[in-house]
Design a protein around this ligand. Structure first.
Ligand code: UDX
Length: 440
């Protein structure tokens, strides 16, 4: 089958690569000529494990090619996936500009019986509008389906090869049969539901996962005040099969390109339909204010940071990606600068400081990138472990302990051994771990 995948972000490139791997002829399409030229050379505009190999294999077999030309790709294609971004406007409403312009281009060259599958996260109920604007451009009957994407950055390739489920939002049995056959080799359960349910299911899944994280963060905050240890609390709860022992490790709040945006959109949608007082508003507010609250608390515990040198470890929003969207570092670094920190040494295995929004920060001279963890931590008064990259977690911090200083270490992911760090002489700070009290 010939397939076009529009949008060459994480979802688009991975989807294109995996369908090429399954034996289809795939066009990856984007309006960004530079990106397309690089992709055709096998160069990715971002870091994602296993993806380069997947793209190179697709290019080599000639089953995968990248183009900016709708007129080449669309008339050939039986299935067209739309995987362009749907950013948030300030109000929280989703901005559908990219989806709409892709659909309008597709409509110009659509062949009869072709199916347009929207993978981009769009609000339930968008399809009437999409079909209407497309139908104004083409006489070919437009067949739209929704197939929300649930992959996580950092494990995007393996999760696309082995998805937990394939959700197909369509009421048209012909469309469902073609899409079911296309996805069948992935070996996942395939469900047919309405487009609106598929779209709502995507928002609800992300909001639910964000809720778990928010919930456990709130419990961790309470642990700071009552002598309980959050890691022990999690253990005690996780054995309950209704709860489970996964996806709720505490930290500085959820970030990334999906959770914050999707919760905001649900909050916005709730307000527009009369539910002004809704959980999503509260969750969003709590998550947004979390970093400042935690750092205020750290400041009280360590006494002062002005004039000091702090190491910040991890600039991406999570490990195994170079994506910095809604990364904690974007709030932590300005906070420290505002509190008068003299120097910040950052380290990240993939992210270059010059490619983050800090590049234009007025106090960027005070922020330096180190090439390794030891260099970042050298002579630091405080160390902040922001992201649990394996090498950051596995590093022996006792090796770089400077005995002439009262060094503190904030383990914002609760990944390190509190006893070992304490024995090494660090003031160990965490998110809701009261190990020193419970082990006394
Ligand atoms: C998420 C969803 O998991 C995925 O299904 C959807 O398609 C896109 O959004 P992603 O943003 O790539 O994926 O990352 P994820 O691993 O879910 O983490 C999101 C945020 O939550 C990160 O900031 C992460 O650090 C945080 N998180 C995650 C926690 O704080 N605790 C956890 O237990 C898990």
């Amino acid at each position: 089958m010939t397939i076009t995948v529009i949008g060459t972000g994480f979802v688009g490139v991975v989807t294109a690569g995996v369908f090429a791997e399954l034996g289809h002829q795939v066009y990856g399409l984007d309006v960004d000529q530079k990106k397309i030229a690089s992709l055709n050379q096998g160069d990715l505009p971002f870091f994602e494990p296993e993806l380069k190999e997947l793209v190179l294999a697709g290019l080599q077999t000639k089953r995968l090619q990248f183009t900016t030309d709708y007129q080449v790709a669309i008339p050939d294609s039986q299935v067209i996936f739309v995987c362009v971004g749907t950013p948030s406007a300030d109000s929280g409403a989703v901005d559908l500009t990219y989806v709409e312009s892709a659909l309008l281009e597709v409509a110009k060259y659509l062949k009869p019986e072709a199916i347009v599958v929207v993978k981009s996260t769009v609000p339930p109920g968008s399809f009437d509008h999409f079909a209407k604007i497309m139908q104004e451009v083409t006489k070919v009957p437009v067949a739209l389906a929704s197939a929300p994407e649930f992959l996580r950055e950092g494990s995007a390739v393996s999760e696309t090869r082995h998805p937990s489920r394939v959700v197909i939002g369509t009421t048209d049995d012909r469309v469902f049969t073609i899409l079911r056959n296309l996805h069948q080799p992935l070996g996942a359960p395939i469900l047919q539901i309405s487009p609106a349910s598929a779209q709502m299911g995507k928002y609800a899944a992300n909001a639910y996962l964000a809720t778990r994280i928010t919930f456990i963060n709130q419990i961790a905050d309470l642990c700071q005040h009552n002598g309980a240890d959050i890691e022990e609390v999690i253990k005690s709860m996780g054995f309950d099969p209704r709860i489970g022992n996964h996806f709720w490790y505490p930290g500085l709040g959820y970030g990334g390109s999906c959770f914050p945006k999707d919760v905001k959109e649900l909050a916005y949608f709730s307000r527009t339909v009369g539910y002004g007082d809704n959980w999503f508003n509260s969750m969003q507010e709590y998550n947004e204010g979390r970093i400042t609250r935690i750092l205020d608390d750290v400041l009280v515990k360590v006494g002062r940071v002005d004039g000091q040198k702090i190491a910040v470890l991890g600039l991406s929003f999570k490990p195994n990606t170079d994506d910095t969207r809604e990364a904690p570092a974007l709030k932590v670094i300005p906070y420290l600068l505002q509190k008068g920190v003299a120097q910040i040494q950052v380290y990240d295995p993939q992210v270059q400081l010059s490619r983050t929004p800090f590049a234009n920060h007025s106090e960027i001279d005070q922020v330096n990138q180190s090439t390794n963890i030891a260099q970042a931590c050298q002579d630091a008064d405080g160390i902040i472990l922001l992201i649990e990259w394996p090498e950051i977690v596995e590093f022996e911090y006792s090796q770089i302990r400077n005995k002439s200083k009262n060094q503190w270490l904030l383990d914002a992911r609760n990944q390190l051994d509190p006893q070992a760090l304490s024995d090494a002489g660090f003031q160990y700070l965490s998110i809701g771990r009261t190990w020193n009290k419970s082990h006394e």
